[in-house]
Design a protein around this ligand. Structure first.
Ligand code: XBP
Ligand code: MG
Length: 255
């Protein structure tokens, strides 16, 4: 019989961005899409419930196409539809960056505290997201701390992999650049698509939910919580708690 695989110590945390670091979907991306539609003279409007349905598809360009499939199907036959979607999405990214640079979108409870604790303990940090790279930087700099982008050793974002979440590709891309096996890392996610991607790459995953993801299927997650807990909450998720979940998942795999 071959020996049980040994779970290495936890060496890196890999964070999703949208919905995990901040409630960017409802209050950032959605209004940015709407602003871009308005600038383009379109009467399309994504309200909060409709946007929740459109979140089934990750990636902004992919999400616009998905919307057209449901609501303006005839436009998909246009010869220039790909470039039209791409231009709309570039405008949306500009709107998003401007909005987030106002610094009004806070990190979710406990995110800044846990990141500070992880850095102090010498853990490596990375990001795996489907959103556009500029969006990650503006959020980190304006909602977390000036210079925070540099805290993340690897930032996997946007189109660096063609297949977006729930495909595991973005997590594999990040792991490869970290030079670590999945077993030495832990992912933090907020959605079923994100969880599938992280589990598909072999990562122990902790989920914090939000209004859009509360009803998702989180089977396979090591923990599912409403958030990481405010700084003074006795139930807050600490680094030792993450280490314990990571070790428990490793132990469960080896039996
Ligand atoms: C995030 C996404 C992204 C953003 C929009 O998913 O699906 O599409 O909503 O970003 P996850 P872009 O949190 O699972 O990574 O418009 O820049 O694509
Ligand atoms: Mg997310």
């Amino acid at each position: 019989m071959s020996p049980s695989p040994v779970q290495p110590a936890l060496q890196a945390l890999i964070f999703d961005v949208d919905g995990t670091l901040a409630d960017t979907e409802r209050d950032g991306h959605r209004p940015a899409f709407n602003a871009a539609f308005q600038q383009a003279g379109l009467d399309w409007h994504w309200d909060v419930p409709l946007y929740g349905e459109l979140l089934a598809v990750t990636g902004g360009k992919e999400r616009i196409r998905y919307y057209l499939e449901g609501f303006h199907r005839h436009l998909l036959a246009d010869a220039d539809i790909d470039s039209r979607i791409a231009r709309l999405h570039q405008a949306k990214t500009r709107c998003y960056v401007d909005l987030i640079a106002q610094g009004q979108l806070p990190m979710r409870p406990g995110v800044a505290r846990l990141i500070t604790e992880a850095r102090a303990a010498g853990l490596r940090l990375a990001i795996a997201t489907t959103t556009t790279p500029e969006n990650v930087a503006v959020l980190l700099e304006h909602s977390l701390a000036k210079g925070a982008t540099a805290w993340f050793e690897v930032i996997g974002a946007g189109d660096v992999v063609p297949a977006k979440k729930p495909a595991p590709d973005i997590y594999r891309w990040v792991l490869e650049r970290l030079g670590l096996p999945a077993s030495a890392c832990l992912a933090l996610e907020d959605s079923d698509n994100g969880l599938r991607a992280a589990l598909g790459a072999g990562l122990v995953t902790v989920v914090t939910t939000n209004g859009y993801t509360l009803g998702h299927d989180f089977g396979g997650a090591s923990a599912v919580l409403p958030d990481l807990g405010t700084d003074d909450s006795p139930a807050r998720v600490t680094l030792s708690q993450l280490v314990a979940w990571h070790a428990a998942a490793g132990a469960a795999k080896s039996v």
